[in-house]
Ligand binder design. Structure first.
Ligand SMILES: Nc1nc2c(ncn2[C@@H]2O[C@H](COP(=O)(O)OP(=O)(O)OP(=O)(O)O)[C@@H](O)[C@H]2O)c(=O)[nH]1
Ligand SMILES: [Mg+2]
Length: 398
């Protein structure tokens, strides 16, 4: 699962990326600081299951903190996108190519309105972030429309001659974006365009492009820089203006400060929590103390968290509709090396016991006899639909 960050220059994409990964990336107050994409691992938060069994897990990937298990997920930070990128403005849309592989987008918006539409610094509150939301979606739609229209006439003619199914030919056009024939068919059924593609005018092509974009790149909005005074007011306005969008306030900068302070043993902080505690007051300078009380009062006190973890969790669990499944045995929660509940897999909602078996290994899928819900010790069949945080044992033929 790959989550990509999109947004205009200087919205804070790289800062958000660093807040999520603590990777050392270039953060700067000038546009197009990032050119080449950054790939890394962030973590989504799952309530621990190990405690229910009276044990402490040893995650092979990710880590435990507080009452949570942090499960890895791939993240990608790319170059900024400006208005008319599809016509070549800014970095043009070449880097949209970098975004093709993403399963979902987090749109990082400068909610404080402290940068203009090119990403240049302006007086905080003077730029309306609503414009950023609108233009970005238009640019992404234009990107999809461009793919759809590429060689369109030749495509429409060939389709008429070959008598190939529309959905098949269109899915091929979008194969780089992972569009399958079934999805294309479902989408066309919903939109119901004219029977012959020769009758699809620009309006129809745009409608199809928009529907495809929304479906294949679901998106949530991270209202970043919420720590700035103008951010709070703008966030409240955006929520009213965009009732159909998922908007989450966040401060990437504050999340970095808390994670760094925790890393250096100054505070204890669980990512996503509503508070932290100072554990080594003597290690903190006056400036650091002031920064921490600012975060406590202006961010945690106002929004209930820095929001960074909430954005990642919403992307995985609400947008991509994933569930976390733990492999384990009724009689044994550890692997052959003694690691307790070492793994946790993120799978699509609706996954069955058999899907899980195949996810573990093709041989386990092929040899599937039955599964056991380890909590209830109940035997279940291959069609059994799994729930978030299930611990599952797969019994195979040897
Ligand atoms: N106050 C505040 N400033 C932030 C926050 N996040 C980012 N910034 C600042 O915004 C500026 C731009 O941050 P970047 O992370 O480099 O922005 P970007 O979106 O990656 O920009 P490009 O790579 O140019 O597209 C920097 O000066 C950051 O310090 C935040 O949460 N709060
Ligand atoms: Mg950047």
């Amino acid at each position: 699962m790959l989550i990509g960050f999109v947004g205009k220059p200087s919205a804070g994409k790289s800062t958000f990326y660093k807040a999520a990964t603590l990777a050392d990336v270039l953060i700067a107050n000038y546009p197009f600081a990032t050119i080449k994409p950054n790939h890394g691992t962030g973590f989504v938060r799952v309530e621990r299951v190990d405690k229910e069994f009276g044990v402490t897990a040893n995650p092979r990937f990710g880590f435990l903190a507080g009452g949570y298990r942090f499960v890895p997920t791939e993240l990608m930070d790319v170059a900024g996108l400006v208005k008319d990128a599809h016509k070549g403005a800014g970095m043009g849309n070449q880097f949209l190519d970098d975004l093709r592989q993403a399963d979902a987008f987090i749109h990082i918006v400068d909610v404080a309105g402290a940068t203009n539409d090119k990403g240049e610094p302006v007086e905080a509150g003077s730029h309306d972030p609503a414009e950023d939301i609108l233009f970005l979606e238009t640019e992404l739609d234009m990107w999809y429309l461009g793919i759809l229209k590429k060689g369109w006439e030749k495509f429409a003619r060939a389709l008429a001659v070959n008598k190939e199914k529309k959905e098949q030919a269109l899915a091929r056009q979008f194969s780089g974006l992972g569009v399958k024939e079934d999805l294309m068919k479902e989408l066309l059924n919903g939109l119901n365009p004219p029977e012959s593609v020769a009758d699809w005018n620009d309006e129809w092509l745009l409608r199809i492009a928009v529907a495809l974009r929304r479906r294949t790149k679901p998106m949530i909005i991270a209202c970043n820089k919420a720590d700035m005074a103008s951010g709070k007011e703008n966030y409240a306005k955006l929520k009213l203006q965009f009732p159909d969008h998922v908007l989450i306030p966040c401060s990437s900068e504050c999340e970095i400060a808390l994670k760094e302070a925790a890393k250096h043993g100054m505070i204890s902080y669980v990512p996503g929590d509503s508070d932290f505690s100072i554990i080594a007051s003597d290690k903190l300078s006056g400036r650091q103390k002031a920064a921490l009380s600012f975060i406590k009062e202006k961010v945690l006190g106002v929004y209930g968290s820095t929001g960074v973890q909430q954005v990642l969790d919403a992307a995985a669990f609400d947008l991509l509709k994933l569930i976390a499944i733990f492999p384990g045995g009724v009689n044994k929660l550890e692997d052959k090396d003694g690691n307790i509940l070492p793994d946790c897999f993120l799978m699509p909602q609706g996954s069955t016991a058999l899907d899980f078996a195949f996810r573990l290994h093709t041989d386990i899928g092929k040899g599937f006899i039955r599964a056991i819900d380890v909590r209830s010790k109940r035997t279940v069949g291959k069609e059994h639909v799994l729930k978030h945080r299930d611990v599952i044992e797969i019994v195979t033929a040897r």
